[in-house]
Ligand binder design. Structure first.
Ligand SMILES: *Cc1c(COP(=O)(O)O)cnc(C)c1O
Ligand SMILES: [Zn+2]
Length: 418
């Protein structure tokens, strides 16, 4: 395993967070000795494991993620192993026939951050760290706090004091993290950690850490595995810090290199209009990303103005003939209401995927007969303020409201007639 700079291609053999040129690092494994068929059989045989690291939907694919690590260091909570669903009302809403939803919302802390965090924490632990840190809009901190608690380690997390979901902060607190609630943005927190984590003896678990990306690759491995190594024509993810789309691209490239798939799906990144610096860069064909200084969207997980992984994300779009799109908060909230009412459910950021598909179908970019997988990144209870606002405080197209009634047969019959 080596670390390669995505900017200047400089290579390193030992771990560091960034290149001397400040570029991000990519982990590169040597897959030349791998026998694809043998590995597929091994992955299949692990599907019957009920206990231990290989029962995890991440560590099942250890050979492609972190082959060197000793099993004794692995901190896992059976993450991954999430459902892949179809639902008629979601397909109808988006205007397509065949859309899959990969519910990363079913992860142990309620978001896909667990896929990456189990690997980052395991790596930090294998280096002897006992103190872990991140800057977060909430889900990274919940995930880190959970794994640190499981490992009997300490977490010190930096969460902006506005535009975040209280549920996420409470979950992080309850898992026992030390939370620094600061006046600034996610991006300010990242800058602080890049400058000071070393003197503080803290291991950084943000997605600048390439082990997070390795773990998140398992999402696309799982989708492919569940569909018997046949991927849909499109894969759609929301984009905040852009770690997930970067991991998706890397995972696809692994599967292609190993011959597990013979065609790359096209990747779509969906940003929220209130902070869409990556989308702007792509549509304007700019060589550099221009940060959004005042990011605001109702989808708190996407409230990031200066996404660190933009180069890796751009590479994913280039390699997969992918596209970027932006959707409004209203489009996000309505798509979320449809996904919630389907029984699957997700947090606002995740619903940007279906909102994005709907828009691309309307623009004739996606054909109604093409197959699609959307990654639902977080759980519907991650943001109950948004739920209350949509259903109880505003009149929105898909609001559901309480029926204030006396207990009587007549009122029930009346509700049934509607
Ligand atoms: C982190 C997160 C995102 C954004 O993912 P990035 O890797 O930061 O682009 C989207 N949705 C949810 C629920 C998240 O927690
Ligand atoms: Zn470099």
């Amino acid at each position: 395993m080596k670390y390669v700079c995505v900017d200047c291609q400089q290579q390193y053999v030992s771990f560091r967070y960034e290149c001397t040129c400040h570029g991000m690092l990519d982990i590169r494994h040597d897959f030349s000795e791998i026998d694809g068929d043998f590995l597929k059989d091994r992955f299949n045989s692990r599907l019957s494991e009920r206990m231990g690291p290989y029962a995890s939907g991440v560590w099942r694919y250890k050979e492609l993620i972190f082959p060197e690590v000793d099993e004794s260091h692995i901190v896992s909570k059976y993450e991954g192993n999430t459902g892949l669903y179809q639902h008629e009302s979601i397909a109808r809403y988006a205007g397509v026939r065949n859309v899959w939803l990969k519910a990363q919302s079913e992860n142990p802390s309620g978001s896909f951050k667990d896929n990456g965090m189990t690997v980052a924490l395991t790596h930090g632990k294998s280096l002897g760290y006992t103190r872990f840190t991140c800057s977060s809009t909430g889900n990274t901190s919940s995930s880190l706090a959970m794994y640190a608690a499981l490992a009997q380690a300490h977490s010190y997390v930096f969460v902006p004091n506005k535009n975040i979901s209280l549920n996420k902060v409470l979950q992080t607190l309850a898992f026992g993290a030390h939370i620094f609630s600061f006046d600034g943005t996610y991006d300010d927190g990242i800058t602080f950690l890049e400058q000071h984590s070393e003197e503080l003896g803290l291991y950084i678990c943000n997605s600048i850490n390439p082990f997070r990306i390795e773990g998140q690759k398992s999402i696309v491995y799982e989708i492919a595995h569940m569909l018997n190594w046949n991927l849909p024509e499109w894969i759609v993810v929301p984009g905040g810090a852009l770690s997930n789309v970067s991991a998706l691209g890397k995972g696809l490239s692994d599967l292609y290199t190993l011959g597990f798939i013979d065609k790359l799906p096209r990747v779509v990144v969906v940003q929220a209009e209130g902070t869409s610096p990556f989308y702007n860069m792509i549509v304007n064909n700019s060589p550099q990303l221009e940060a959004e200084l005042e990011p605001y969207t109702v989808a708190s997980a996407l409230n990031i103005g200066n996404p660190p992984s933009w180069r890796k994300a751009k590479r994913t779009l280039e390699e997969t003939n992918g596209i970027a799109i932006a959707v409004t908060d209203e489009e996000i909230l309505n798509a979320k209401a449809i996904i919630d009412a389907s029984g699957i459910g997700c947090e606002p950021a995740s619903a940007a995927t279906i909102a994005g598909v709907k828009k691309l179908v309307a623009q004739y970019v996606i054909d109604k007969d093409e197959s699609i997988a959307c990654i639902l990144t977080g759980n519907m209870l991650k943001d109950t303020d948004v739920l209350r606002n949509y259903h109880l405080e505003r009149q929105m197209p898909y609001s559901n409201s309480l029926i204030h009634a006396e207990l009587s047969v007549a009122t029930v019959f009346e509700a049934m007639r509607k």
